[in-house]
Ligand binder design. Structure first.
Ligand code: NAD
Ligand code: ZN
Length: 363
């Protein structure tokens, strides 16, 4: 490849390639053909990326596949059981069979929904992820978590289902709004803190505006994907290490929920959650405060919030954290670091420290 990378993922019994680079959509047929069992593909796409999905479909057709495309409305509300029912019936009418595949083209919403369709339709068929947001590339397209929301809670119905191929075409990010790029970048900062001081340094020096220089971006996405692949291949079903990927998410989820999933986008809530986690780490692991100061500066530079909306009370956030499904059996699981790359999983940090960390987010 002129520019880009191919990673060989191994998670449990699944092995699949992850391509990262510019212009990959134009090579879709060539990339999928060696892995295709059957003769048909259902291209499920976010309505915002219809042009990209058409090019994906065209490539697959040229490679001899029978292709049907189906658009899905943009937004989290599409992650519903009623949408799963609609799509499974579309698949059935399109005569999609066990040996065929679902090709998911869109961000994390579309990937989670279409991934769950692939996991459950006829007890599971092939899946190809074509993520089109920065967040989906560095996070949701890797690891196999798929699913939909219930009114009672986010991601309450789902399955772990690994794809057979992941194609990350960095040119698809050109149409992504700045706010969405920033949200993905919050997860990138998380990887820097989890991986190493070296990765954090590169992220800290990242130029504004996002997405930044093409070649460096491809390498940055690769390094985030490598981190997640390493963690997930060690712990596919989240019995231990995989929980570390929740750095910033304990308080972050609380802020996201307390804001009614409307005040803050996920990545924005994670920006605040990371700062809270680092504050708690300063007290529990002796993390040098310089890391929080630098994290705050890099998040702010990329237009992520670093102070909390004063209308969100600490009580409301704590209450939402308690309701989070990851707070299993009454325990509050926190991911902390002693330094970038030095991960410490802790249960039930002293509540007084959590409260203080949230209070200090207020301007
Ligand atoms: N499965 C996992 O492991 C995992 C991990 C993290 C997040 N998630 C899930 O991911 C979802 C969030 O994903 P997201 O941040 O990608 O949001 P998203 O899928 O809603 O995409 C964000 C917005 O960008 C639009 N869009 C997508 N690609 C575009 C493009 N190339 N150009 C222009 N617009 C484009 C979408 O229509 C949407 O409005 C949540 O539902 C979350 O639960 C899953
Ligand atoms: Zn996240």
């Amino acid at each position: 490849m002129a520019s880009g990378h191919v990673l060989e993922a191994r998670i449990g019994v699944s092995e699949f390639p992850v391509f990262i680079g510019p212009g990959l959509i134009g090579r879709m047929g060539e990339l999928w053909t060696p892995r295709a069992d059957g003769g048909a593909a259902l291209v499920v796409h976010d309505e915002a990326v219809g042009g990209i999905a058409d090019r994906v479909a065209e490539g697959l057709r040229e490679a001899g596949q029978r292709v049907e495309t189906v658009p899905v409305a943009s937004g989290e509300s599409s992650k519903s059981l009623s949408e799963v029912e609609r799509l499974t019936r579309v698949a059935a009418r399109a005569r999609i069979r066990r040996r065929d595949a679902v090709v998911a083209v869109g961000g994390g919403v579309l990937g989670d929904l279409a991934g769950f369709l692939a996991a459950s339709y006829q007890r599971g068929i092939g899946l190809v992820h074509v993520p089109t947001t920065l967040l989906a590339m560095v996070d949701s397209a890797i690891g196999g978590k798929t699913g939909v929301d219930l009114p009672e809670g986010k991601n309450y119905v789902g399955a772990i289902w690994q794809p057979r191929l992941v194609v990350m075409d960095t040119e698809t990010l050109e149409s992504l709004p700045q706010r969405q790029l920033s949200c993905g970048f919050a997860e990138v900062v998380k990887y820097g803190l989890l991986e190493s001081p070296e990765l954090f340094e590169r992220i800290d020096a990242w130029p504004d505006p996002l997405p930044g220089p093409r070649e460096e971006l491809i390498d940055l996405i690769r390094d985030c994907v490598l981190h997640k692949l390493r963690v997930v291949s060690e712990d596919e079903f989240e019995t231990g290490l995989r929980a570390s990927l929740n750095l910033g998410h304990t308080v972050g989820h609380g802020i996201e929920a307390a804001g009614g999933y409307d005040r803050y986008q996920h990545g924005e809530a994670i920006s605040l959650g990371l700062l809270a986690a680092l504050r708690i780490a300063e007290r529990m692991t002796g993390l040098d405060p310089v890391w929080r100061a630098r994290t705050r500066a890099v998040l702010a530079r990329h237009r992520l919030p670093v102070t909390l909306d004063p209308t969100l009370s600490t009580e409301a956030i704590l209450d939402a954290m308690g309701r989070d499904k990851k707070a299993d059996a009454g325990a509050l699981n926190m991911v902390l670091i002693g330094a970038p790359g030095d991960i410490r999983l802790r249960q039930n940090p002293p509540m007084e420290m959590v409260v203080q960390a949230i209070e200090e987010l207020h301007p």
